[in-house]
Write a protein that binds this ligand. Structure first.
Ligand SMILES: [Zn+2]
Ligand SMILES: [Zn+2]
Ligand SMILES: [Zn+2]
Ligand SMILES: [Zn+2]
Ligand SMILES: [Zn+2]
Length: 559
């Protein structure tokens, strides 16, 4: 079935499987295309925009993802989780003469929100969407790390700085999509390797510089074997000063353009389209996910079955639909941040809920609507009436409208993946944050006067204010960061955290798929003397320079 998206007007396909799923979770087909649905959800996730403000209960100075002028109260971790307030005291009676979202918005303006999402962390105040970290700073969507600084999606790692999508690694710097790596720098898509510098897609390799698609190789430069001394000489040359690193970065970008790539990063996957996925079965448009079965239109998801349109979805969910942030829940839909809940709808920041509709910040409850408790019978009676009402105003089964999102679109992950202008955001109904954080023009060192080598840097740098080469925002170097650069012999960065993060994100493929065919023309493959005819959905757009291979051809050339 084809439909036109109510927001962007683009034609989109609703598959037979989708219709079966909508029936299963008792909802109607969406009015918006998969991209617009993704944007609506991402608008609920501000990971990295921090503000200094006070806790509205204890008045302590805190760091928060909400500005001081946010319309709802913001509580620090201790206050929010305390018994000093009762979320059920904000209960509202349902008024069938007003729209649901009108009433929900009123509730939203009163109920306290948590300043940051941090669980069980030690000396890691500047983290968010993060749990079980120790001595970490500015890491996001990150769990079980120690001494990690500046990164998004950092998992079970130690002493890693400026990395994204890094797992079980140690002492890495500027790495993206790496697993189980040690002392790797400026490398991408590597696994089980150590001492790689500017390497791409390597497995079980060590001491390599400018190598691509290597398996079990050591002491190599440009995939050619060298002596240990020559490797060390090259390494010293690259890291001797800032200019040489910048030159090496450009060389690496050129090298990547000429490399053979697999159409998608899929491992142990079957009948699924998407990229950066592991152990996924039966699905469409799945990105950065693992262990999913029969899930579609998902991103940043781990372990679950029969779900659609979910982001940041972890620990065995089932039959979930259109949710941003969900943990161990089932049969829930159109929610943001629901944990250990069943049959929750239009709930935000709720825990241990069963049969709940339009609730905020409830920690345990059942048969609740707008934070008010009902008997089982009364709950279902009222739910029926609300469903009828929402069917009439065409909002039934659709996600929260954009203006309900508690952030400016430009503060959220939505802006990372869909960088639309302020005008376009407002046209789509999103909020926009005009107040920017940080300072400009306060630098005590100009970019051109930055020390060229790490050797010349003393602890005095910790008192200096630096300036970002790109956005001109001021930034500082922290003590643990400086110690890391000294230890690893890396010159100081010339960009602030945000610009460094954006640079890394640009190196990853977009969450978008193009239908293409294999570019392989190697003669002794299964396709004989003809060009390979295999087709696939790939996140490499047709105008990109990389040589894109199907699974079979890639396996023959690289493994
Ligand atoms: Zn659309
Ligand atoms: Zn407080
Ligand atoms: Zn910048
Ligand atoms: Zn092929
Ligand atoms: Zn081939």
């Amino acid at each position: 079935m084809q439909k036109f998206c109510k927001t962007c007007n683009k034609k989109f396909e609703i598959r037979e499987e989708d219709l079966i799923f909508y029936e299963q979770v008792k909802t109607t087909p969406p009015l918006f295309c998969p991209d617009c649905r993704m944007m609506q959800r991402l608008a609920f996730r501000n990971e990295r925009t921090f503000y200094k403000r006070t806790c509205d209960l204890c008045k302590k100075n805190i760091i928060s993802i909400y500005t001081g002028s946010a319309p709802f109260p913001i509580y620090c971790h201790e206050c929010w989780w305390s018994d000093a307030w009762d979320p059920k005291s904000f209960a509202q009676d349902y008024d069938l003469n007003k729209t649901f979202f009108e009433q929900y918005k009123k509730l939203q303006s009163k109920v306290p929100r948590l300043a940051l999402m941090i669980v069980n962390s030690v000396r890691s105040e500047y983290t968010n969407g993060a749990a079980e970290n120790k001595d970490c700073y500015l890491i996001f969507a990150a769990d079980y790390n120690q001494d990690c600084l500046y990164g998004r999606l950092v998992q079970r790692s130690r002493s890693c700085v400026d990395c994204a999508f890094i797992y079980d690694s140690e002492l890495c710097y500027e790495c993206i999509d790496v697993h189980k790596c040690f002392k790797c720098m400026y490398s991408e898509q590597c696994e089980g390797s150590s001492d790689l510098i500017f390497c791409y897609n390597m497995r079980d390799s060590n001491n390599c510089i400018f190598c691509t698609n290597g398996r079990h190789i050591s002491n190599a430069i440009l995939n050619v074997k060298y002596t240990k001394e020559e490797y060390e000489k090259k390494k010293t040359e690259i890291f001797s000063n800032y200019e040489n690193i910048e030159k090496a970065k450009k060389e690496f970008e050129e090298l990547k353009k000429k490399t053979i790539v697999k159409y998608a990063l899929q491992t142990k996957c079957h009948k699924v389209t998407g990229d950066y996925i592991y152990n996924c079965y039966d699905g469409e448009s799945v990105f950065d996910s693992s262990d999913l079965k029969n899930c579609s239109y998902m991103a940043d998801a781990e372990s679950g079955i029969d779900s659609m349109d979910c982001n940041n979805y972890y620990h065995k969910n089932e039959l979930c639909y259109n949710i941003m942030g969900v943990l161990q829940s089932s049969k829930s839909k159109n929610c943001a941040f629901v944990f250990y809940s069943n049959e929750a709808e239009y709930c935000e920041n709720c825990y241990h809920m069963t049969n709940a509709f339009g609730c905020i910040a409830i920690r345990k409850g059942q048969y609740m609507i707008l934070n008010k408790e009902y008997s089982k019978e009364k709950y279902f009676e009222l739910r029926k009436e609300i469903d009828e009402q929402m069917k009439k105003d065409d909002t039934f089964g659709q996600f929260f409208p954009p203006e309900i999102a508690p952030f400016g679109f430009n503060e959220t992950l939505g802006y990372d993946y869909y960088p639309i202008t302020k005008e376009e955001s407002i046209k789509r109904g999103f909020n926009w944050q005009n107040q920017t954080t940080g300072t400009y023009g306060k630098e005590t060192i100009k970019e051109k006067d930055m020390p060229k080598t790490i050797g010349e840097v003393t602890e005095n740098i910790l008192n200096e204010i630096l300036v970002c080469k790109d956005c001109k925002k001021n930034f500082r170097i922290t003590k643990s960061e400086l110690d890391f650069y000294k230890r690893m012999n890396i010159p100081l960065p010339h960009k602030d955290f945000e610009c460094r993060h954006q640079d890394r994100m640009k190196k990853r493929n977009p969450r978008k798929l193009w239908h293409r065919s294999c570019m392989c023309e190697v003669k002794n493959h299964q396709h004989g003397t003809e060009k390979c005819e295999n087709e696939f959905e790939t996140s490499y757009s047709p105008d990109r320079p990389e040589i894109v291979y199907c699974e079979t051809c890639y396996q023959q050339e690289v493994y």
